[in-house]
Design a protein around this ligand. Sequence first.
Ligand SMILES: Cc1ncc(COP(=O)(O)O)c(C=O)c1O
Length: 471
Amino acid sequence: MAMSWTTGRGSDLHIAPAGGRGRRAALESALRDGIRTGRLRPGEVMPSSRALAAQLGVARGTVVEAYSQLQAEGYLRARRGSGTEVASEAVTAPRSPRLPRAAAPLIDFRLGRPDPSSFPRRLWLRAVREALQSAPESAFGPLGPQGDSSFREALAGYVGRTRGVLTEPELMLVCGGFIQSLRLLCEALRARGARTIALEDPFIPDHREVALAAGLEVITLDVDEHGARPEKLLRGEADAVVLTPAHQAVLGATLAPERRAEFAAWAAERDAVIIEDDYDAEFRYDRQPVGAMQALAPDRVVYAGSASKTLAPALRIGWMALPPTLVSSVIERKRRVDRGTSVLDQLALAQMIETGSFDRHVRAMRRRYHRRRDLLTAMIDRVAPRMRIAGTAAGLHLVALLPDEPNLEDEIVDAAAGRSLALTGLARFRHDPQESTPGIAIGFGAPPEHAYESSLAALEGLLGEFSDRLS
Ligand SMILES: Cc1ncc(COP(=O)(O)O)c(C=O)c1O
């Protein structure tokens, strides 16, 4: 028996009682449910028992009994005068909180985001189809936390070939992007007694949060045009350091060879760990790619890569090549955290790597981003020659350093927001924002390809507002 009736507010209340119950019990339960979920609101006047009985096609006594039961339970009450209404104190289910929705900026120049319109849908679809056809049944059995062995094999070959990483599939772990790699590593290091980790400053604020949440103390290393400076480490007591040697996140320098050697020597002497965050090295424009630092000290350096820039951050795929001493503890943590990363994505990416379509996609994207970078630097040189551009050799962003004028960085970022244009000031990436060199980080990856030039025009319009101070 399903019943429908029209409430006092004119909305239809559909009552579908569970089978096998009496009509009265079904009606009571449907009304309780309507009140708890807020479809019947406090104060709402119920139809007369005669009218409701007629609408539902039940005996009037059934409705009278149901009303009186719900009055006894506090859901309904008699109205002064006559009739029945929903009690004002009637329990209603908590409504799910409305989460504040941040308005998406129309034009996105935030740091480190790849172009979502360039996700290789066709290649990915083909890879998924081929992977599904060729994967053995065992691939869909319980997942090992370390990741699919064919994917780890493909990855070990890929990072060896493209980044000079010295590793093998047994030392690799697949995880949910770099952020999870960092979490697993920080927790594993803390568990074996590490207390302090060093981060480059500027850094990605989330990375500091992850380290702190794992119970590590964070110290910061200064950064200059040769990358992170090791002095503080040599003096201090850190047990680990996170470095971005290929393209310092945020300022964009490449870590100088002498400094690489100094960090490696420090790690050997102190029995410390270096975490190499190789987040965007596939996109190198001006010179031969600098190989991964991991090859200098494979027993001390964790090499960490991610598909977030080459494919999409939404895939949540990353990988690590681990020193042998860390393998079992980090895998065990991964098992506890989520038992492993989705196998289908691993199989698809393995397929893309093995067939060469991943390399072709990366090459095509490198050309695309190279062109974008050139258009951006030419525009800045033309309209804002007092901004000094840095960090252009690689990656999906550059840094525009500003003349040292009070508040200029904030003014530009605020004016950008007023034009629905997302830009980030450098102070946001500093441990101590007061110490920041004024500047803005401009990501040139995120605007969709068809809208890149119009996005640049909008940025040019913004910089034009500041022409008295920038040109
Ligand atoms: C410095 C840095 N490292 C790593 C990543 C990649 O993070 P994930 O793989 O968690 O998306 C990013 C992405 O924005 C980044 O900026």
